[in-house]
Design a binder for this molecule. Structure first.
Ligand SMILES: Nc1ncnc2c1ncn2[C@@H]1O[C@H](COP(=O)(O)OP(=O)(O)OP(=O)(O)O)[C@@H](O)[C@H]1O
Length: 198
């Protein structure tokens, strides 16, 4: 199981003179998925970074239980590494132990089996995104998934796959905080909406 809990209390963040959000509070219980919504530049990434502990909020607290998987809005892919080298590197940074077979299986799950030895510079935007998303298949015991625009560049089959991954994660007691401009492709769960910005 990937039991997790997240509580955000009276969180505030600014960039320079601009207040992005203030007095933001919410709590997610095991099995809950939240969609963070707001216009470009409203502070969605900033909120995700605060929740992950990567950015210090101006005020408020974040209480977390369970490990974190953070998938940034840029896939963070290194051009000179192959698909499998990129995945291996990302997992190592995350502290996830994955052997060559697991990596190959994860890439095959996201439709990149035939591309695993291809340098990332020769992959499309959606294929690069899929390398990042392959981390989800190997992070099934990580309680809190923080995903920034995971649907960007994904085709319909990728969206459907991601929806299934999120629902399986919720079914294991995991929670997810997902910044998105698109509706989350969930069939069984209604996500909680967290709106920020003007
Ligand atoms: N490194 C930075 N230095 C200064 N200002 C920044 C930096 N990163 C973001 N900002 C500012 O903070 C504000 C919020 O940015 P953030 O990336 O959190 O928004 P967002 O809602 O995720 O946007 P988008 O939908 O475009 O991804 C923006 O107005 C941006 O100009």
């Amino acid at each position: 199981m990937s039991i997790a809990r997240l509580e955000v209390r009276s969180l505030a963040a600014s960039r320079g003179p601009v207040t992005l959000f203030r007095d933001l509070s919410f709590a997610l219980v095991p099995g809950e998925i939240a969609a963070v919504r707001g216009p470009n530049g409203s502070g969605k990434t900033t909120l995700l970074r605060c929740v992950a502990g990567l950015t210090q909020p101006e005020a408020g607290d974040v209480v977390r239980e369970g490990g974190i998987l953070f998938l940034g809005h840029l896939p963070g892919i290194k051009d000179d590494l192959t698909a499998e080298e990129n995945l291996e590197f990302a997992l190592r940074m995350q502290g996830v132990d994955a052997d060559a077979t697991k990596i190959r299986t994860a890439l095959s799950v996201v439709g990149l089996e035939g591309k695993r030895r291809v340098p990332a510079r020769r992959l499309s935007a959606g294929q690069r995104r899929r390398i990042g998303l392959a981390r989800l298949t190997l992070s099934t015991t990580t309680g809190l998934w923080i995903l920034d625009e995971p649907l960007a560049s994904l085709d319909a089959s990728g969206e459907e796959w991601l929806g299934g991954m999120l629902e399986a994660h919720a079914g294991r007691g995991g929670i997810a905080l997902v910044a998105t401009h698109h509706p989350l492709p969930l069939a069984k769960i209604t996500p909680r909406d967290i709106a920020i910005g003007p």
